[in-house]
Design a protein around this ligand. Structure first.
Ligand code: NAD
Length: 359
């Protein structure tokens, strides 16, 4: 199969859909890979790195789309790419169709075969192509939070791990899923006193079993949250209710119960946020202050670390790319039910349940 890797052109997107390691695997299986000139540069991969792995470089995005049977990307195609997509071309990337009727209708019109990273499932119902980005965001939430606790940014002026003779900061983590566990591990490693809250007792039991003694768990309810926000210095929001908007666990009126300089990081901002005062921000302008509480609400946190994020994402996508390239998309999906759940648009129709009803 001929596989194409275009350069991402969405604003501030520096990740790339395939690394030289992925190219190497595909070429080993007798596939041909075309990579657009400078596509990997934002993630630290030169054209020569791709050539050394066996890829061919094409100067323009038009040429990559024109020659390829399958396009492997990171973000959904943007408007200027719609016309480049060929009928029956396989597109394997994040789409998040539910968020855009324009994109959904454009892909239906293109007659492409759209397999979306975000709906591919593992047998246990988890989302293997979303997990790595939650891992990145969870770990980042602590390093960003630690920075904004500095006085210059309006924070409490507390060093996360403290020093001998001075107690460390207290970190509250809402949600003990992928984001929450990664955040807890990093905060604990830096020496903070960590409280993790969830409504799922299995998650809390797991954390209680595996984490160090500076991580404690507490059941998530309004009473306990109201109590904890008064004493914690850094609060991370990492809750998710599948298929729904994030519950507003910290309401606007609760901000006045926090100490001035408390930092809150809403990782769940992409699902509407779990703080009522959350407004999505960007890496250019990541924080704002309400009632003396510093808010960090960047919707694409992994975008700040494209090298790590590209490697983390492509580690898990390349296996699926190989299955599709080796078997053809129909057989690959027939033989892998989890991958089949990634099929969102085919034959001019949107086949993933619920997307069209939302429009
Ligand atoms: N901002 C970003 O750049 C970025 C990046 C990656 C992920 N995310 C988002 O982070 C959020 C969390 O992702 P995840 O992969 O950790 O999800 P996950 O499903 O692994 O974990 C979510 C956890 O929230 C818990 N939860 C649900 N309701 C709760 C409540 N009322 N109180 C406490 N806990 C509750 C669940 O039981 C679950 O354990 C998602 O919204 C995801 O889209 C954002």
């Amino acid at each position: 199969m001929i596989v194409g890797v275009p350069k991402e052109i969405k604003n501030n997107e520096n990740r790339v859909g395939m690394t030289p390691a992925g190219v190497f695997e595909l070429v080993k299986s007798n596939h041909t890979v075309y990579v657009q000139h400078t596509a990997g540069l934002g993630s630290g991969f030169s054209d020569q790195d791709f050539i050394d792995a066996g890829a061919h470089i094409l100067p323009t995005i038009e040429e990559v789309y024109a020659i390829s049977d399958m396009i492997v990307k990171v973000k959904e195609p943007i408007e200027s790419e719609y016309a480049l997509i060929k009928p029956e071309q396989i597109l394997f990337t994040y789409f998040h169709f539910a968020g855009s009727e324009t994109l959904t209708r454009a892909m239906m019109k293109s007659n492409a075969i759209c397999i979306a990273y975000e709906t591919v499932e593992d047998p246990d119902g988890s989302l293997p192509l979303l997990t790595p980005m939650s891992e990145v965001a969870g770990r980042m939430s602590i390093q960003e939070g630690a920075k904004y606790l500095e006085k210059t940014y309006g924070g409490l002026g507390i060093l996360l791990g403290g020093v001998p003779g001075v107690p460390p900061a207290k970190v509250l983590i809402l949600g003990a899923g992928v984001v929450g566990i990664q955040a807890a591990k990093k905060a604990a490693g830096l020496g903070a006193q960590v409280t993790v809250m969830d409504v799922n007792m299995k998650r809390l039991r797991y954390i209680n079993d595996v984490m160090a003694n500076n991580v404690i768990t507490e059941f998530s309810n309004e009473y306990n949250i109201r109590k904890n926000i008064q004493t914690h210095d850094l609060i991370i929001g990492g809750v998710l209710v599948k298929g729904a908007k994030a519950p507003k666990l910290i309401t606007r009126d609760m901000l006045k119960d926090m100490r001035p300089g408390t930092v809150i990081v809403d990782v769940a901002v992409d699902q509407g946020g779990c703080f009522e005062s959350t407004v999505a921000t960007t890496h250019q302008d990541p924080i704002y202050i309400i009632d003396d509480v510093v808010h960090y609400c960047v919707a694409n946190m992994p975008g700040a670390v494209p090298r790590t994020s590209t490697l983390a994402l492509t580690n898990v996508t390349v296996g699926y790319v190989l299955q599709i390239a080796n078997k053809g998309w129909k057989d690959a999906l027939d033989q892998n039910k989890g991958l089949a759940l990634g099929l969102n648009v085919v034959g001019g129709e949107c086949v993933y349940p619920g997307i069209m009803e939302g429009f």
